[in-house]
Design a protein around this ligand. Structure first.
Ligand SMILES: Cc1ncc(COP(=O)(O)O)c(C=O)c1O
Length: 965
């Protein structure tokens, strides 16, 4: 390699951990001659790709950023007043720099291990408190994917609640007010059809509901910006036992009576305008708040208060956190990855501004909107909204003239066939209002426009009957961090409690916590990408267009398919979308009766949940003792259901970390019986460049870009779950209400996300990843993912039982360590090992999935040998601690594992009566001393929290009670 080629390849060696010398040593430990031999022994020859990937040559990080600047310049950042769920916002710099752009926050994993996640749990609790306060409803979750899907989740929750005691749906109707956002309507249609909901569209003012309705949705303020009083409607709905969802806007709610006070049963919406850039559609946190009676049915994750082993207050994910794993095909939602990082940003925005700050922003926006409305009226333009917060709706014949002038001034409004909608936001200044007035003046050939801005104008645009009187954000956390120093230290104090990738490897099997390189992430904050409205005219996002097209082509090539949809906002949403294409395919062929989906028992819980959401019946198939699909059972099930077989969902390599040799036969069996094959691509990190779902014989797969393609997990989201499909399914990819984007074919299914390209701005991360690694680098990453896993397996296999390997004794990119024997030999559970790893500075691997009582380790290619060795040393040392219990040297109940993790408070307390030393507790191996990470709480008590559910910041009095108790 010459010097210049070397420069081009620079990122490959930054991304992949082991160097040449380490690689040799690792291969020797495994006992294979070369990396090629290891791959040959691991990936069945029948499915090996013969062609190299067509994703181009690698580029250096510097070259990438330089070239991307030119592509970014193709996007035109106009002053945008389009609204419709997406608004300009000012991200406080301290939040931008120390949360959004900080690996200490964005590389965190979902807070399953509460003892090393108290920081983000606290911030998410702040988010829930903010949402609960503003909506006036007691329980809120820690985010959903976007406003449209939050509405669909709410609809599904109410459907199940109303019809829960019946075998069939007795109240199938759901009323949809015509003035909710068009994208929300579209997503409701998508979700309603498969689950048997009958949508009835109309005007809430004239709607008559009866007992065939289970619910209704209205929007407050509505999509035209009008503030409507829904009290009578809510009462009428409740009179027939129908429940009401209000889609709403958190900033508007600082001035408006809360939905809960109006009687709403659920409030949903997007928290985007609270400090998260538009990003051409996302990612943003959707919110979901509801009444206490629905607390066990809320979709997504809820953070709740509990106590730890010392009786101290702590936080953890509550109740249905593990819903899809427990309830599987009985689950009513498939939400897994959500939008944690963006919830944290919005929560921090509320902490930064406090109630008064938010109210001031809202009043300023509303005052400017009222001024604009008044001045336009003086010019002869009539705002149809009598009451409004930030949006006016001008009915005019001069739409085209205004549009021409607006575009010339680089300004976007939202146009309907009859009206111009203008939504102001936090970024709008008095000069901006003047500029808008000038545009209208020019459209009617007037030279000048004027405005008089009064500071103390009464907001007569907000109806007195709906003016907010209740307080919100009264908790001290929203009233204590006003200066930047305070804010900085608050954010840092939370970050310090959390273990993320900037501390040590996070070897979560199935989750692929690889490097999220800084160069991949930097452009996400560039205004050319972050300040584009998702419904902006196409000629303003040519840069995005170029990137999205290239990315679609690359992902199609990587998956071996012909088309890719970038719309789904998470892996589970990808599953749902892929299954909808399968459903549409069968319907199109007049085979609607094909409604059975086979799913192996080993599948991730989201698989059956998604299948049910897509209207399928789930039949579970068995696995054999080696973790492979039980072929005899599979054949029997196919035979039994062949007339109604819609398809199979399968994860490959399997969730057991093995490349099953029979995979092609399985695909052929399904196809021969009229079904299609859905491949869960969560394990693509073992496939890229070596094989592909298309090659193996699948028809559709999703990719978790937040696994294989380097998007960070953000503490539980964002993520992206694009799907690749073959020719058969391409016509049925999702479309969008904005014409000309996403799938434009007449056969397109309705949208699955609010924005046409989902959370478009983070697609840049995967784009950068592919561009900088190039075809060879991608393949090499896969090979090293397999090497690293096999190296760790080799180091651990004499001391631990490794469950499942391929026929040559190798594993794929992950492997399962069986901890069940220790329960009998030493009374030690998998959880004890997971918690003890924290004392060794490590996050636990995936716990008890897919097999209870085990841990699944996935090191990824990004970890070097030294880090892998530290982790193996930790596990081997823990094995010795278990042995001490087994041979009686340590007590069965009072030992270093059962008491793990050890906090500073415990270790440094004056009292120390444990039968092991403080040093053994906190510094069990020499490397720990160099960089100790302290869990901030002792072991969390889950059941206590579920019994005493508290999901918002407790009042200060609660702390006082604890202190005096
Ligand atoms: C095998 C598998 N399938 C599907 C999913 C769901 O993906 P997401 O969390 O992005 O919804 C996961 C998530 O961990 C997974 O491991």
């Amino acid at each position: 390699m010459n010097l210049f080629e070397q420069q081009q390849q620079e990122f490959v060696r930054r991304h992949i951990g082991p160097d040449a010398q380490e690689t040799r040593e690792m291969l020797e430990t495994i006992g294979v001659a070369s990396l090629d031999t290891l791959i040959e022994q691991t990936v069945p020859a029948a499915i090996r790709a013969q062609e190299p990937l067509q994703t181009g040559n690698p580029v250096s990080e510097y070259q990438y950023l330089t070239e991307l600047k030119k592509v970014a310049a193709l996007n035109k950042v106009y002053k945008t007043y389009m609204g419709q769920g997406y608004y300009g916002t000012i991200v406080p710099s301290v939040i931008l720099r120390t949360v959004f752009e900080n690996p200490g926050w964005y590389t965190q994993y979902t807070p399953y291990q509460a003892e090393i996640a108290q920081g983000r749990l606290e911030s998410l609790l702040n988010f829930q408190t903010m949402v609960a306060d503003l909506t006036g409803l007691p329980i809120a979750n820690a985010s959903l994917l976007d406003e449209g899907t939050a509405a669909a989740e709410a609809m599904a929750m109410l459907l199940n609640h109303k019809n829960k005691n019946t075998d069939h749906i007795t109240s199938p109707k759901f009323f949809v007010d015509e003035n909710i956002f068009a994208q929300t309507k579209d997503i409701l249609i998508t979700r309603a059809i498969p689950i048997g909901v009958e949508l009835v569209f109309g005007d809430y003012k004239t709607a008559v509901l009866d007992d065939t309705y289970f619910g209704a949705i209205v929007q407050y303020p509505n999509r035209n910006g009008s503030i409507e009083d829904y009290r009578n409607f809510v009462n009428a709905a409740h009179a027939v036992n129908a429940m009401v969802i209000m889609a709403t806007d958190l900033l508007a709610l600082t001035l408006l009576t809360a939905p809960g006070e109006l009687g709403a049963d659920v409030a949903i919406g997007s928290a985007q305008r609270l400090g998260v850039p538009m990003g051409f559609g996302g990612p943003h946190a959707a919110f979901f708040a509801t009444k206490d009676e629905f607390k066990r049915n809320i979709p997504g994750r809820i953070i709740g208060v509990s106590i730890d082993a010392q009786g101290n207050r702590c936080l953890r994910m509550a109740l249905q956190t593990r819903e899809q794993h427990i309830r599987r095909e009985k689950a009513t939602s498939n939400i897994c990855t959500a939008q944690a990082l963006l919830s944290n940003m919005s929560a921090m925005y509320a902490v930064y501004h406090g109630a008064d700050g938010l109210k001031n922003i809202a009043k300023r926006v509303s005052l400017l909107t009222k001024t604009l409305s008044d001045e336009l009226a003086a010019m002869g333009f009539h705002n149809e909204n009598q009451f409004y917060f930030d949006t006016i709706s001008i009915k005019t014949e001069a739409i085209e003239a205004v549009r021409t002038q607006a575009l010339a001034a680089e300004v976007n409004f939202f146009y309907t066939p009859t009206n111009i909608l203008i939504s102001l936001d936090e970024t709008t200044s008095q000069n901006d209002v003047l500029d808008i007035l000038h545009i209208f003046a020019k459209a009617i050939h007037k030279d000048t426009a004027e405005a008089s801005f009064s500071n103390d104008t009464l907001l007569t645009n907000i109806p007195t009957a709906l003016t907010r009187t209740s307080s919100f954000l009264t908790h001290p956390v929203f009233n204590s961090h006003r200066s930047e120093s305070q804010m900085l230290r608050y954010i840092k104090s939370l970050e310090n409690k959390d273990l993320s990738l900037n501390t040590s490897m996070i070897s979560l099997g199935s989750c692929t916590m690889k490097l999220n390189a800084a160069t991949e992430l930097i452009p996400v904050s560039w205004p050319e990408f972050s300040n584009i409205h998702p419904f902006a005219p196409a000629d303003q996002w040519k840069g995005y267009q170029q990137i999205l097209t290239e990315l679609e082509n690359w992902l199609s090539n990587v998956t071996g398919f012909t088309a890719t949809s970038l719309q789904p906002n998470s892996g589970a949403q990808g599953e749902y979308t892929g299954l909808l294409t399968i459903r549409a395919y069968h319907e199109h062929r007049n085979e609607k009766h094909r409604n059975i989906i086979l799913i192996p028992i080993s599948a991730h819980g989201t698989n059956p949940a998604s299948a049910v959401m897509a209207g399928f019946k789930v039949v579970v198939t068995k696995c054999d003792d080696a973790g492979n699909i039980d072929m005899a059972d599979m054949q029997a099930q196919v035979e039994k259901h062949k007339d109604n077989l819609a398809g199979l969902m399968i994860t490959y390599p399997s969730t057991h970390g093995v490349f099953e040799e029979t995979i092609k036969d399985i695909c052929a069996l399904i196809h021969d019986n009229g079904g299609l094959v859905y491949m869960d691509g969560a394990n693509m990190n073992a496939q890229v460049g070596l094989t592909s779902p298309g090659l193996i014989g699948a028809d559709v797969c999703h990719l978790n870009l937040h696994k294989t393609f380097a998007i960070p997990h953000g503490g539980g989201g964002p993520g992206m779950g694009p799907i690749g499909v073959n020719d058969k399914l391409k016509p049925f990819l999702p479309g969008h209400v904005i014409k000309g984007v996403a799938n434009t074919a007449a056969t397109a299914t309705h949208a699955v996300s609010a924005a046409p390209y989902g959370s478009a701005s983070i697609l840049l991360i995967s784009y950068a990843y592919i561009k900088m690694l190039g075809a060879d680098g991608l393949k090499k990453s896969t090979e090293y993912a397999i090497l690293n896993a096999n190296y760790m397996k080799a180091r651990l296999q004499n001391d631990y039982k490794i469950l499942y390997t391929g026929k040559n004794g190798t594993c794929a990119h992950e492997f399962i360590v069986d901890l069940r024997p220790f329960k009998t030999s030493a009374g030690i559970e998998a959880e004890d090992v997971a918690k003890r790893l924290m004392d060794y500075n490590f996050h636990a691997p995936t716990l008890s999935f897919p097999v209870a009582g085990t841990i699944m380790i996935e090191p990824t290619e990004s970890e070097d040998k030294a880090e892998l060795d530290r982790f193996c040393d930790a596990l081997l040392s823990i094995r010795k601690e278990i042995a001490a219990i087994e041979n009686g040297a340590a007590d069965k109940a009072d030992n270093v594992l059962k008491h793990a993790p050890h906090t500073q408070f415990v270790v440094m307390a004056n009292d120390w009566s444990r039968p092991y030393s403080r040093e053994q507790a906190a510094f069990p191996l020499p490397y720990v001393k160099e960089n100790k990470f302290w869990p901030s709480i002792s072991r969390v008590n889950n059941t206590y929290g579920d019994r005493n559910l508290i999901c918002t910041c407790e009042p200060v009095s609660a702390y006082a009670e604890t202190a005096t108790a």
